[in-house]
Design a protein around this ligand. Structure first.
Ligand code: ADP
Length: 498
């Protein structure tokens, strides 16, 4: 008699982790009361608040509860034209003519005012963008102030930065920034432009306009001459109008590779200069001789804190085969202890995903990863009922050619691959269209130097990850863009040298 085979339940490749988490932290929310958010914001043009020509406004929401925080103006081509004319006037009549040491005083003043308003700026950043208050309070806002301090110092020392060369500013800079570090990206763009004598038209991302508008109020309070910095809110069409305006001399863009390519096409054949800081798919590489616990924490910091909303996030992990089992076990345990929830709570590690659209993108990639045959582990943590949240997730059994190992996901999702030799990992780590950053974890200095020389990435961290300093240049290779921001190198894209 034929033995009937018992039907096996179909094995799912999603595993929910469960560890003993019988105790929890008591909530420690930062107070919202320090944040003064107006119900409506106009455009900041020529030192004043001006209504948009179209009369149109759009909502900016809190991604943690989906409630409207404020309405902001949508700038169109006419508004862009007004802002560019104001910037041109300010450039010709005031800013380029002002002695550099006087320009520096304004930039120092802006830095100090950011420090004075640090708490409010941090709370607004977390409300509007969803990032944990720990991140906005301890990193974004202090780093933004430091950037202004650093470039204020260079303003009257350009002859020392570029000895025996004559430096002149380029003119009006159009600057377009994304939603992952709203205030910090504004500082990265505005500070070097002002220090080198350029004037600015800046557009924040449509989902995170509030700290840039707060910065506009700081510029006004700092008595920055009208027109030197203009801040226009709006979506892609406003950005495109800035890029295409004939009187813009330089474009500085941080955002997706897709829009970066559109910008390159739009300015091809024009005298406009550009710096583009685009996507990334950073490789973190753990060798068997690395301090494993430190490396695991570095990997966690590199991809999960700040929701993976970092272009240089360590979204691929290459771990040497001999320690792979240990590293994966420790990572699974650690993601289970990460706290996902209210961005304003000081205990929160992973806040809200910036928008529904971004959350949908992340979910799409989770489905792709499973379909490609990778094994997915996600934390068992409960998610808040409202708002856009995502559990920290790890994929193992990932192939180099899998889309989750090649494409930027921009979420708390880590793809883990293994390797045996140095040559193999170099080959694999470099095998993406991107080249923004990488991390190497090893006990051997010689290995660090060997790796850093051969990794095609603008920044390589050794035994640490996601560390920034205004004195250090940042930027990419290949489809991660070109030009450098930060440090002495960050002055160059705003100068013509003779
Ligand atoms: P992300 O995927 O990080 O949102 P985007 O590249 O879409 O990145 O957006 C980054 C910035 O570029 C935002 O301020 C956005 O409004 C702006 N932007 C979007 N489309 C265009 C465009 N065609 N031209 C100029 N700027 C654009």
């Amino acid at each position: 008699m034929a033995v009937q085979k018992k039907k096996q339940p179909r094995r799912s490749n999603t595993i929910k982790l469960k560890f003993d988490t019988s105790w929890t932290y008591a909530p420690a929310p930062e107070s919202r009361s320090v944040a003064q958010i107006a119900p409506e914001y106009d455009l900041f043009i020529n030192g004043t608040w001006q209504k948009p020509s179209s009369g149109e406004y759009f909502d900016t929401i809190n991604p943690a509860d989906e409630k409207v925080l404020s309405r902001v103006a949508a700038a169109n081509e006419k508004d862009v034209d007004k802002a560019v004319s104001a910037a041109r006037q300010a450039y010709d009549k005031v800013w380029r003519r002002m002695p550099a040491k006087e320009r520096a005083k304004y930039i120092f003043r802006i830095a100090r005012m950011i420090q004075e308003k640090a708490r409010e700026l941090a709370v607004i950043e977390s409300l509007d963008g969803g990032k944990p208050i720990r991140e906005s309070r301890d990193f974004d806002v202090p780093a933004a102030a430091n950037h202004f301090f650093y470039y204020a110092g260079w303003a009257d020392k350009l002859e020392y930065a570029f000895p025996n060369r004559q430096c002149s500013p380029l003119g009006v800079a159009g600057q377009i920034i994304p939603w992952n570090f709203p205030l910090l990206m504004a500082a990265w763009k505005i500070a070097p432009a002002l220090a080198t004598g350029n004037t600015v038209v800046l557009k924040p991302a449509e989902t995170t306009p509030l700290t840039a508008l707060k910065l506009a109020a700081i510029l006004q309070e700092a008595d920055l001459p009208p027109g030197v910095v203009n801040i226009l809110t709006g979506a892609g069409a406003t950005g495109a109008a800035i890029v295409n305006h004939p009187d813009i001399n330089k474009i500085a863009f941080t955002g997706s590779t897709e829009v970066g390519k559109l910008i390159q096409r739009a300015i091809a054949g024009t005298p406009k200069k550009a710096t583009l800081e685009l996507g990334g798919k950073a490789a973190n590489i753990i060798f068997e001789d690395a301090p494993i616990d430190q490396a695991v924490e570095g990997v966690i910091n590199g991809i999960f804190f700040n929701q993976g909303h970092v272009c240089c996030a360590g979204s691929r992990l290459y771990v040497q085969e001999s320690v792979a089992a240990e590293v994966i076990r420790k990572l699974k345990h650690r993601i289970e202890t990460l706290i996902v929830g209210d961005p304003l709570d000081k205990n929160t590690d992973i806040g809200a995903i910036n928008s529904r659209q971004q959350l949908d993108t992340i979910h799409r990639y989770l489905a792709i990863g499973k379909k490609e045959g990778a094994e997915m582990y996600e934390s068992s943590c409960a998610l808040p009922r409202k708002g856009f949240f995502c559990r920290p997730t790890i994929f193992t059994n990932v192939a180099q050619s899998n889309r989750i190992a090649q494409e930027e996901i921009f979420g708390p999702v880590l793809a883990i691959l293994t390797f045996r030799t140095d040559d193999e990992v170099i080959e694999k780590a470099n095998n993406t269209p991107y080249g923004l950053s990488a991390g190497v974890w090893t006990d051997k200095g010689s290995k660090i130097f060997n790796m850093t020389k051969r990794l095609r990435a603008g920044v390589v961290w050794a035994n640490t990850f996601n560390k920034f300093d205004p004195t250090s240049p940042f930027g990419g290779y290949k489809e991660s863009g070109y030009g450098r921001e930060g440090g002495l190198h960050g002055l160059l894209p705003y100068l013509s040298l003779r």
